[in-house]
Design a protein around this ligand. Sequence first.
Ligand code: SAM
Length: 324
Amino acid sequence: LDPSDKPTSRRFIAEGDTVVVYERHDAMRAVAVRAGGVLQNRFGVFRHDDWIGRPFGSKVFSTGGGGKGAGGRAGGGFVHLLAPTPELWTLVLSHRTQILYIADISLVVAYLELVPGCVVLESGTGSGSLTTSLARAVAPHGHVHTFDFHEQRAASAREDFEKNGLSSLITVNVRDIQGEGFPKEHHGAADAVFLDLPQPWLAIPSVGLMLKQDGVLCSFSPCIEQVQRACEAMRTHFTDIRTFEILLRAYEVRDGALKSAIADEEATVGPLPQKRRKFTAPGENTDCTQKNSYILVRPCSTARGHTGYLTFARRLVYNSQTES
Ligand code: SAM
């Protein structure tokens, strides 16, 4: 990722790196590796010195607490040490604001047509969740200029980008983008602009000036009224205006669930005929592939709901005589 010696581009863990300590898919945290440092969690005590020199992705075991575990390993509890990729960073960063999650982020990166070498303008920076993915998409020779009017938030974001090895790709600036627009130095230089602001329509005239011809704008807003006002402002200098809402739906998949699936269904509809027992969760398809072998698929109750709307628009291309 980063041409210099940063955790995201190196295979082995070194002192000073940030690693994502993975306990389970819903229990992870960022830890700065220090000589002599110790991590204590429900699985035991982990010494940072045992991590240094190991490849990212390693499974490491706790020391002490439980005597020798399986395979002669002290303690027996374990965690995985993962590199701070943008996907994981979004899950472990300190929330200083609302953030964008990976479902929205992936659409933003794809529809902003980001490739290595692109220049991107972003406001506001917030907690830097999106910024890390923008930076990876434009690496190694592109750049993200991100703006927030909140000084402390900008400073914290700068520190975070140092920690996760992306600082050479990102410049964090303090500026009121709704009041002042983006700075003149980026005039006509941006391949893409992303807005996550409460009144994006105020910044849109400036975005028109910053984008290269054919460049793409994306604006994120939680409310449809904000989207409508932003779209009105886009009409003058933009085309192909499209709004998306990403709704994530996770499914739980179980196989070999015949007994419990039949019991569940019989509890609702009464006894099923012996030879035609087939379970279908309400409103869902169930794939029944083999005799007596069922795959039960049902939506998880924890599925995330509405986060916001993503509006994309392309800057109009003018020929040199009509450009104003
Ligand atoms: N997209 C970010 C992320 O994924 O972490 C979250 C952005 S947060 C919801 C919105 C940010 O916009 C806040 O940090 C706020 O300080 C900033 N902001 C609000 N009004 C602004 C303005 N006029 N100029 C610059 N930043 C502004």
